[in-house]
Design a protein around this ligand. Structure first.
Ligand code: IPD
Ligand code: CA
Ligand code: CA
Length: 264
């Protein structure tokens, strides 16, 4: 079944790659700079239709859907989907955007996959089976693991919570200023789902963002933990997928150092 999900994601990515004249396809949702394109909607529709054929019992929790059954998470098989994570990058042709699909079985993540079709990297993990990256040009899987660097040697990623900028710009950039002093450097790449995968494969050592939605992080959270890392809220409490919240992800070493530093 999980191979089937990966193949549907690869097909859906063709819609992303076929994009042209994206500016004309943009509309703004209510809220701060919350953009959606016709492609976000088309990818989500495609995933719902194709995955729904094979998993008719599943409930869908998707960013662009009007029905979001978060109240059913604990009692069902749920597909948590971000059709395009990194929509602003997508609009600007930044080539760092991904399709994210998580399978949550009665409240527990069972499977997660994040696909960046621009570099053909398909990250995936099944609970208890480790995390992998597939090169979709060859179909080869390689195991991935978080880094072992100490924080002062690390590269830290962050997100700006752009849809809540009035409220969160101040704490975000205060924390980033501290992180910048504590690490080699910081990066803001523009897709939380991929940023988590960058932690999982040891490129980033730590990642923070003050508010993310369940579909931004469901798949990536499992991929990080299966790669040996930790993902929690910024106060160290567990991540749940029923509401937006903060994220602190990293190797066990960096996660601990950031949590203990008191910068968040
Ligand atoms: C956004 C991206 C971005 C993060 C935002 C998310 P979207 O998702 O993950 O990196 O900073 O908080 O909302 O809107 O592009 O799907
Ligand atoms: Ca997103
Ligand atoms: Ca999205």
């Amino acid at each position: 079944m999980y191979e089937f999900i990966l193949s549907v994601m690869e097909e859906a990515a063709r819609l992303m790659l076929s994009a042209h004249d994206i500016d004309a396809a943009v509309t703004v949702k209510p809220g701060d700079a919350n953009f959606v394109t016709a492609y976000d909607v088309a990818v989500e529709d495609y995933l719902y239709r194709e995955l729904g054929k094979r998993l008719p019992e599943a409930v869908f929790i998707g960013e662009e859907s009007s029905e979001n059954h978060t109240e059913l998470l604990a009692s069902s098989l749920a597909l948590i989907i971000d059709p395009i994570d990194g929509t602003t990058n997508f609009i600007h042709n930044y080539r760092y955007s991904a399709i994210s699909v998580g399978v949550c079985d009665h409240g527990r993540m069972a499977f997660g996959a994040v696909y960046n079709p621009y570099d053909c990297r398909l990250f995936h993990a099944e609970a208890g089976q480790g995390a992998y990256v597939r090169d979709t040009r060859t179909g080869r899987d390689l195991p991935i693991h978080v880094s072992a660097r100490a924080l002062h040697d690390s590269l830290a990623g962050f997100g700006t919570s752009p849809y809540y900028r009035e409220e969160l710009a101040e704490p975000t950039f205060r924390a980033v200023s501290s992180l910048f002093r504590m690490t080699r450097d910081v990066r803001r790449c523009g897709s939380a789902a991929l940023d988590l995968c960058m932690v999982a494969c040891g490129t980033l050592d730590v990642f923070i963002e003050y508010r993310l939605s369940p579909w931004d992080v469901a798949a990536g959270t499992l991929i990080v933990s299966e790669a040996g890392g930790l993902v929690t809220r910024m106060d160290g409490s567990p991540v749940t997928f029923d509401a937006p919240g903060s994220i602190l992800a990293g190797s066990p070493l960096s996660h601990r150092e950031v949590l203990d530093s008191g910068i968040l």
